[in-house]
Design a binder for this molecule. Structure first.
Ligand code: NAP
Length: 340
């Protein structure tokens, strides 16, 4: 049987387990040429999935009640009527929250074969997938990090942020991370390439920014928005680049409750540039990002952090964890027991 998580209700505020329902149906058969069947090994979690449930996040059409939850995964081809995908191939695609996905030649699935240069295959969803590309390309293409820069990263122990430390360090920058627990801060400095870390829940953030960024901030890579963005703007240097990757601290707020920024004027005063980006607009650079980070990992110049939950049944909980700050590194779920 094929277990599937479907959307049972649109989230009202925070995502809850009751917004999802598990259903079972027979494993799909291949009925047309071009189709192939993928057994899910790992599924990826990202904050944007809550927006898929609400309004499509401006990227896709909004999900329907009863629709299989959307999301990327990595899996193995177990049957194929598509010459581009042979049985045994490992693919990364929009598999959805289910044990088996029947795909076809449509570009909608964004399917590609995963090279076996690094195990586990979950890395195709993390450091060597779109999450890692967001860190690398956000810092290089949008942030234009240069050797000698001071780089500040919020959400530093999350999926994207946990890859930013080594990317910035390997580009010759000094890099400071902001995260929500002392354990995460210790990990940033000991394992994830950061020079220093700030706990935004317990530290005096402006004082710590002054201490750890004494020369000011040249690049701010922001995953969080709100008050943290405001504090960072207060310390930017002339010609700084402020990279707007995400703003998870604001996702659950109504427009009336949105944080009111006080330091916008710093953009003008410092002749700085603030730029948002959408990672799929940078698809032409994915292969370069993947090759560079794979090389760094092989050379011992980069490590990565994954937070792996076991079993498809964990998917709703895994998504909720992102909003509760419980994940450390890239949140994935191992769906196939024993998958590498
Ligand atoms: N622009 C793009 O194309 C693109 C692509 C991918 C992701 N994104 C965005 O990038 C950000 C990071 O994505 P991700 O997949 O790596 O997720 P993630 O960082 O793993 O998200 C979860 C983390 O966010 C932090 N967080 C949660 N609520 C918070 C709050 N109210 N204030 C401050 N921090 C909070 C928590 O860490 P703490 O313990 O530190 O609070 C939590 O562990 C998200 O905003 C996402 O939407 C953008």
């Amino acid at each position: 049987m094929n277990r599937q998580w479907v959307m049972a209700a649109r989230p009202q505020g925070a995502v809850r387990e009751s917004d999802f329902r598990m259903v079972e149906s027979p494993v799909p058969e291949l009925v047309e040429d071009g189709q192939y069947l993928v057994r899910t090994m790992y599924l990826s979690l990202a904050p944007v999935m809550r927006m898929y449930m609400l309004d499509g996040a401006g990227i896709e059409k909004p999900m329907e009640i009863g629709e299989v939850m959307r999301g990327r995964g990595v899996g193995r081809v177990v049957a194929s009527r598509n010459p581009a995908f042979a049985v045994g191939d490992v693919v990364q695609a929009k598999l959805g929250w289910q044990d088996y996905a029947r795909l076809d030649a449509s570009p909608y699935w964004m399917a590609y074969r995963v090279a076996q240069r690094l195990v586990p295959f979950s890395t195709a969803l993390g450091v060597l997938g779109v999450t890692g590309f967001t860190a690398y390309l956000g810092l290089t293409e949008i942030g234009r990090v240069q050797a000698g820069d001071t780089v500040l990263v919020s959400g530093a122990a999350g999926g994207v942020g946990s890859n930013c430390g080594f990317v910035a360090r390997n580009l010759g920058a000094r890099v400071v991370g902001i995260a929500g627990t002392d354990e995460k801060c210790a990990l940033l400095a000991s394992k994830l390439g950061y020079d220093a870390a700030i706990n935004y829940r317990t530290d005096d953030v402006p004082a710590k920014l002054a201490e750890h960024c004494p020369q000011g901030v040249d690049v701010f890579f922001d995953n969080v928005g709100g008050a943290i963005l405001d504090h960072a703007l207060a310390r930017i240097n002339r010609y700084a680049r402020v990279v707007i990757c995400g703003r998870i601290s604001e996702y659950l707020k109504s427009p009336d409750d949105a944080y009111r920024m006080r330091n916008w004027d710093m953009i003008g005063k410092r002749r700085a540039r603030m730029e948002g980006f959408f990672i799929y607009d940078l698809e032409a650079h994915f292969a370069r990002a993947e090759a560079q980070m794979a090389e760094w990992i092989a050379a011992g110049r980069m490590t990565y952090q994954e937070d792996v939950l076991e079993g498809l049944e964990q998917m709703p909980r895994a998504l909720i964890r992102l909003y509760e700050g419980l994940n450390v590194g890239k949140q994935v779920v191992r769906v196939e027991r024993g998958a590498r």
